[in-house]
Design a protein around this ligand. Structure first.
Ligand code: GDP
Length: 367
């Protein structure tokens, strides 16, 4: 009976159905005497954590447990999907524990973006969302930027306590932890089997040298993320891989830009002006007249305006319109999960459309 099988590493119930799910092990692993889930297997043999996702209920249980500990919480967000990758419950669960907020994927930002502005915005947004982090850092887990600073900050803020790393799926949490393991351990192999405590918490502990541990929690799936409305095969179109090349559009009043079929921006009024798009280089941008925009979307969403794919259109959420009057200096219209559009001068009126549930907000420009 498969339900009886527990991983000797982390204590999770072992399953063989869902490779991305918690406790996955290939069927062949069940023949072994001591059964270990794939996540623990990778950590043990390759010093590598692999992210797995949890149901909301399970995640709440884990956050509850984290709240009961005396620890430092490191929360990872994707700077291209700040609101989409936010974990809404965390401030309630953190208890008295400090939270260090880390924005990942900084390598994707064009050079013109000021990091201190982004950090300032993240601090402010965090506070608005009810979280007051001890510090905010930017890193690139993939390229290694800011990792030694992050390691230092963690060492500093943890005050010899355990460290819990939390984040929703796809923020780069496993990439970050893997970097950190290398940074902290150097060449040494710090992970040994004996360090896996049997726990029902479904987490992985990476021992730190003072007897405490860096603890990786499974990623939660945030259902309102843009990424979930895109076919897996098309994720590469919206997830930038390289530094974003800003695209400038000279727009007249009553012109519309479509970002694939995932988002739309109507430039309503404010005279002829330029808008700069900071969106994945792979995602097609289409310009049209406002009066033709509805028709175009109706006829071409799923093909010319793509992603989403044609066969996804039935389940694709309706597009919700958000109108903004830009009254102050330079502003960014942020499409959570896609990027943003910068408007240079005040006095513009725009309408932004995103799939229902996805966030679109206005912020002071990062440039
Ligand atoms: P997890 O689900 O949070 O553990 O995320 P992963 O570590 O699996 O990373 C998710 C995706 O983001 C992968 O495609 C990574 O290659 C990518 N990624 C992670 N860190 C970075 C980064 O610093 N920069 C860029 N450009 N991509 C990253």
């Amino acid at each position: 009976n498969q339900e009886e099988i527990l991983c000797i590493g982390c204590g999770v119930h072992v399953q063989t159905e869902d490779p991305k799910g918690l406790g996955y092990a290939p069927t062949s692993a069940l023949e072994k005497e001591s059964i270990i889930c794939q996540r623990c297997f990778r950590l043990k043999h390759y010093n590598e954590v692999q992210d797995v996702s949890l149901t909301d209920d399970d995640f709440l249980k884990i956050l509850n447990k984290v709240g009961e500990t005396d620890s430092l919480i490191v929360k990872i967000v994707d700077i291209f999907d700040f609101n989409g990758s936010w974990l809404p419950g965390l401030n309630r669960f953190a208890g008295n524990n400090d939270v260090l907020l880390i924005g990942n994927k900084v390598d994707l930002l064009p050079k013109s973006i000021k990091h201190n502005r982004l950090i300032h915005w993240m601090k402010q947004s965090a506070r608005e969302l009810g979280l007051n982090p001890v510090d905010v850092l930017l890193v690139s887990a993939e390229k290694g930027n800011g990792i030694s600073e992050a390691a230092e900050a963690i060492e500093n803020y943890r005050k010899n306590k355990d460290v819990y790393v939390v984040g929703c799926t796809n923020v780069g949490k496993s990439t970050f932890i893997n970097r950190l393991i290398k940074e902290v351990s150097g060449e040494a192999d710090i992970i040994t089997t004996s360090h896996f405590p049997g726990t029902t918490l479904d987490i992985i502990e990476i021992p730190l040298d003072d007897g405490t541990a860096l603890i990786d929690t499974p990623g939660i799936i945030n259902h309102h993320q843009m990424a979930h409305f895109v076919d897996k095969r098309d994720l590469k179109l919206i997830t930038p891989k390289k530094e974003i090349k800003p695209k400038v559009y000279q727009l007249n009043e009553e012109q519309t830009l479509f970002f694939g079929g995932l988002a739309r921006l109507d430039y309503l009024s404010g005279g002829r002006r330029s808008l700069t798009c900071y969106i994945s280089n792979e995602l097609g941008i289409h310009r049209t007249k406002l009066e033709k925009a509805d028709e175009l979307y109706k006829n071409h969403a799923g093909e010319m305006l793509y992603p989403p794919r044609r066969d996804q259109m039935d389940e694709f959420p309706t597009m919700v319109r958000h109108e903004f009057s830009l009254k102050e200096g330079k502003m960014d219209i942020v499409f959570s999960g896609l990027g943003w559009v910068t408007v240079n001068e005040p006095g513009a009126k725009v309408a932004a459309y995103v799939p229902k549930g996805v966030n679109v907000i206005l912020r002071k420009s990062l440039i």
